[in-house]
Each structure stands twice: as C-alpha cells, then as structure tokens.
Design a protein around this ligand. Structure first.
Ligand SMILES: *Cc1c(COP(=O)(O)O)cnc(C)c1O
Length: 372
C-alpha cells in the first residue's frame, strides 16, 4: 500500500527535481575500487580550509552543548568591518543556498516570476518552484556572455526577482560593471536584483564588480556571498547576504533562529581575516586555470574563459562517455547534461598535481577513442 495515496504532498512539489551534486570521493572509491580519487566537481578549494578557521573550530568544540548565537553577532561584526557595512545590512545563512530559499520565501507569491540567465545555478529555480512561482530562463548570449537587453525584454508585470550569478556557474562568464549599471537603471524599481557573488574572489578582470558597491546606491539589489568557495569551508555551511536594512529585516522574518551552527560562525569569523589563505587560494586558482587552458588548447578542446574556479569545456558528442571514463580513472568532474550542455563538462580548478592527473587521464581517454 502506498501511504501517499492518502496523504498528498503539495502539488507543486511534482515539479521539483532533486539537486544533483558532484559525486562524493568515497562513492567513487567504492564503486571503482580505487584508492586515489581526485574531485574536481564541486568548485571546492583544493588548498583546504583556512588554517585560522580550523584553529577557531578546535577552540570551540567544548562549547557545543550551547545553542549558537541566533544573531551571529561576531561574524556579522567581522563581515561588516571587512566590507565597511552596517551589521543591520547583513543576514547570515546556512550556506548561500539557504539564503536563496529564504529570499524566495520572503518575496515570491505564486503569481510571481523570476528571471534567470541560463544556464545557471539550479537553486534559483528550486526556490521559485518551492513557492509555486514561475521561472523565466533567458539564454545567455554568444559565448555564454550576459545579454542585458534579452533580460530586460523578458521583464513583465509579474517579474519579482532577477538573478545574476557573476561569475556565472557553470559558464565562468561575468557581468561587467557597466552591464550591471545598465540592468539596474532599466529594471523597474519593484524588481529585486539578486547578485550571487559566490565566485567573486576568483575574478581577475578590471571591469568586474562583486555588486557590493551598489547596495547603498538606492537600487534594489541584494548580494550573496559564501564561505564555501575561496575560504574552503563548504563542509560547515555558511554564507551571507547584503542589502539595505529594510530588505534584510523582511528576510529575517522567515529565518530559523539557530540556522547557522556555532562551528560555522567561528570558522567564518576567522576565515574572513585570513588574508594569507585567500591570497594563496586566488593565486593557485589563477595559475591552475592557465594550466588547464593550455592543456585544453593542446588537446584541441574549446573552452570558455573563466573568471571563476572552474572551466566549462566542450568535449563534443562523447562528453558523457568521457565523463564516465574519467570517473573510472578516479577523476570526478561534472557532466554538463544537468544544464542542457550535453557536449560539455565543467572542471573545477585543482592543485597543480590534480590538474595534471586530469589532463593525463583526459588525453588517454581521447586517444583511445580516436577523438584526438
Ligand atoms: C557554490 C555556490 C553557492 C554557495 O553555496 P553554499 O550554500 O554557500 O555552499 C552559491 N551560488 C552559486 C552559484 C554557487 O555555485
């Protein structure tokens, strides 16, 4: 007997597909009986967590009988002083993922629409689907570049949120400062721009903006940041959002009181001050990206130049096969199928050694298949 014949989940949940994460290392080890597995699938920091964060975590282990600080006061203080913001302009989340859900719960009525330049991060759609709102995908332009005119052309009376992921996951392309200003200038004032800067620290172009400078400009914008990427803290789950005080106040209404655990709070507070780790991670990523570009060029593979810590590579019709063969050799990347990019894989930038292992494996797979 199926109990759910009688107890019906909400109808809109039929529309929600489970998130498909990168395969974890242990699973691939078990499946293919491998000792060494290299994971380049979830854009994690290959240098590991900030050492200062690890120290802070060890110092707080004995406090775990206590509830976390519901206001994350110390972390807010650290972020506010680092970015010269007011604490009232901040909300901390159990990862930026939670903030996307909270934003959706705060702003989306069932008749509302969100605009998502696509392909992009699937959590935006998830939040909208959860609320029964409608997702309007707007294809990125040539070379996956942002197309502000196309975005503006899809704005309707129902548009509530416009998501901008810059650098964009999975393409690595970014919205220039001038383009963001154009977007903010032309969007109706009742549309909130959600600027996801999860990868902002990896951007190297002079005309990139992380969006924070626009928070106090009078434009309706909210900026998301995470400790999962450059700070290397994906496992503890912590991110934050920055907006004007009134926007933050509304979102606080839907937040669970103890959403950010103690270890996440102390780790993030330490990590934001760990300039050395951030700098080393930035440099390692920059040279790792160059290492990958060079190899892809030599292999005759087209790639999209990335402002982020991953590279989208066009492998061709055999992309799924190549992805599976890489798995068997103990190298986890992401197949582009989830984004409708069936000829692509997305490869996170690893350490020099990890990148080398990927390049060698890729070369031998392509050679074997006579794809070179
Ligand atoms: C990884 C990522 C995040 C951050 O997620 P967390 O929940 O903070 O780990 C946010 N946005 C994008 C586009 C990402 O790729």
């Amino acid at each position: 007997m199926n109990i759910l014949n009688n107890i019906k989940p909400r109808k809109i949940l039929d529309k929600i597909k489970p998130y498909s994460p990168g395969k974890p290392i242990w699973e691939v080890q078990k499946e293919f009986n491998l000792d060494n597995v290299v994971k380049l699938a979830s854009n994690e920091n290959p240098l590991g967590p900030s050492p200062k964060a690890l120290d802070a975590i060890s110092n707080f282990l004995t406090e775990l009988n206590r509830y976390p600080d519901a206001n994350a006061t110390l972390l807010k203080g650290a972020i506010a002083s680092y970015y010269s913001l007011k604490e009232q302009q901040l909300i901390i989340g159990n990862g930026a993922d939670e903030l996307i859900t909270l934003l959706s719960e705060t702003f989306l009525e069932p008749e509302d629409e969100i605009i998502v330049p696509s392909p992009s991060f699937s959590e935006y759609d998830f939040g909208a689907n959860l609320m029964g709102a409608k997702v309007i995908p707007v294809p990125l332009g040539e070379g996956y570049q942002f197309n502000v005119e196309a975005i503006l052309a899809h704005v309707t009376e129902q548009t509530k949120l416009v998501y901008i992921c810059s650098p964009n996951n999975p393409t690595g392309t970014y919205l220039s400062k001038r383009q963001l200003e154009q977007l903010l200038n032309y969007l109706p004032k009742k549309v909130l721009t959600v600027f996801d800067g999860a990868y902002s620290h990896f951007a190297t172009e002079f005309d990139y903006t992380n969006g924070l400078e626009y928070v106090d400009s009078g434009y309706p914008i909210i900026v998301l940041q995470t400790f999962s990427k450059i700070y290397g803290l994906a496992g503890v789950r912590v991110g934050f959002a920055v907006a004007t005080e009134d926007i933050i106040q509304s979102i606080l209404k839907v937040k669970e009181p103890f959403n950010v655990n103690t270890l996440a709070q102390v780790a993030a507070t330490a990590a934001i001050a760990d300039e050395k780790h951030v700098q080393a991670s930035h440099e390692a990523n920059k040279s790792g990206r160059e290492q990958l570009y060079k190899a892809f060029s030599e292999l005759g593979l087209q790639y999209t130049e990335s402002m982020s810590n991953f590279v989208l590579v066009k492998v061709g019709a055999e992309a799924k096969y190549v992805y599976e063969q890489l798995l068997q050799k103990g190298i986890i990347v992401r197949f582009g199928g989830v984004w409708g990019l069936t000829e692509h894989v997305r490869i996170s930038v690893g350490t020099f050694e990890e990148n080398t292992a990927l390049i060698n494996a890729l070369m031998s797979i392509l050679q074997e298949k006579d794809l070179l």
